[in-house]
Design a protein around this ligand. Sequence first.
Ligand code: IMP
Ligand code: MG
Length: 178
Amino acid sequence: MRESIKEVLFSKEEIDRRVKALGAQITLDYAGKNPILIGVLKGCYVFLADIARSIDLDCEIRFITASSYGISTISSGDVKIGMDFDFDISGRDVLIIEDILDSGVTLTALKKFILSREPASLKICTLLDKPARRQAQIEPDYLGFECPDEFVVGYGLDFAESYRNLPFVAILKPEVYE
Ligand code: IMP
Ligand code: MG
């Protein structure tokens, strides 16, 4: 696995520090509230596990699936949103937890879908942001790191379902996917 790595971008230690700081900020910002954290599968799973344990609040944890080429059910633009969305979010403070904001197409569709269910508030927390590739007008409310315009893996992010279990975020060697 590691021979496919070109460069480690964010080490385990850097990620740990940043995620704890984000969790502390969210704890302050949502003081007295019970937010629902909605993780966008599958890329969110490591980030969500870590950040949820850095948020010192009573929060509900839910998951949603979203993909632009998935086999799922509800289509919102080109993005398919999984129908396992069977919980009530009206009047609740919702925080979407995502691995990476890239073109922004996925999160824009998700945002629209969630807003149609009338939450009290909706914010976006993403580990990585690749602003260079943005097509939709959308920005994260909470951000781990800005990411260069490279294909990255690890800490939940995959290439063809591999590399998710790397403890750091790394740039994959282009020959792996070319
Ligand atoms: P967007 O709709 O283009 O913003 O796509 C976001 C989704 O694309 C993310 O949730 C990831 O699953 C995937 N993605 C985008 N860039 C990368 C990357 O560099 N590595 C792995 N997955 C990526
Ligand atoms: Mg994803």
